[in-house]
Design a protein. Structure first.
Length: 217
């Protein structure tokens, strides 16, 4: 009788452990799949901020009477004040929280997951969407357009065709443009720093999760 009780207890314990292990594996797979999508979004936004920095350089040259190609004017004008917002996939992390964070047995992986979703992703999202200083379009599109409008020429379809050079601006207008471009460049640099930091953490976490999952397959 005693052995039967012990055996039943051991079997129940094994079943519980097996159930938890399967739940952990499922959550890790879901998180890993989400991280893959996040990485695509992160890389795209990094590229977007780099392109915006190129646009800032382009308009700095125009402001300083340095020759530029008019062929790329419309592209640079489009990206100059464009904003990139992160779209993070958090369904895997929400599943983890619903099951209990302790279901992840690897302390390092659990800690990295919590830090990424509760800290890094939140900071990045707030930095982009809630920090008024980092809203390029809201802060700078119309002020820049108001200064440059008289220098722009458009075709019959309303597409930006060229800009009349050298610019005929007042000292105040020149100084304002210098200030806008300087601030936008700093904002882009700060965003790139945050994105690259998150990118490294996502890649590191992905590798550890995949290594952990490989042990079970």
């Amino acid at each position: 009788m005693f052995l039967a009780v012990i055996s039943a207890f051991a079997l129940n314990n094994w079943n519980d452990n097996r159930r938890d292990a399967l739940a952990e594996e499922k959550v890790l797979l879901e998180i890993n799949n989400g991280l893959k999508l996040d990485l695509v979004d992160i890389k795209a936004n990094i590229t977007g901020h780099k392109v915006a920095k190129d646009a800032i350089i382009y308009f700095k040259k125009i402001l300083n009477n340095v020759p530029v190609s008019q062929d790329s004017l419309m592209e640079h004008h489009f990206y100059l004040t464009g904003d990139n917002n992160s779209v993070m996939n958090v369904s895997g992390y929400e599943s983890l929280k619903s099951k209990g964070l302790e279901i992840i047995k690897n302390d390092s992986i659990r800690s990295q997951i919590i830090t990424l979703y509760e800290n890094n992703y939140v900071i990045l999202k707030n930095y982009e969407e809630n920090s008024i200083m980092n809203q390029s379009f809201v802060n700078y599109y119309f002020p820049i357009e108001n200064i440059l409008a008289n220098s722009f020429s458009y075709d019959e379809n309303g597409n930006l065709k060229n800009i009349q050079l050298p610019l005929k601006l007042t000292l105040k207008e020149k100084n304002l443009l210098h200030s806008y471009l300087f601030r936008m460049n700093n904002s882009r640099n700060n965003k790139l720093y945050e994105y690259r930091l998150v990118e490294k953490k996502v890649i590191k976490l992905q590798k550890q999760i995949e290594k952990e999952l490989a042990k079970r397959w």
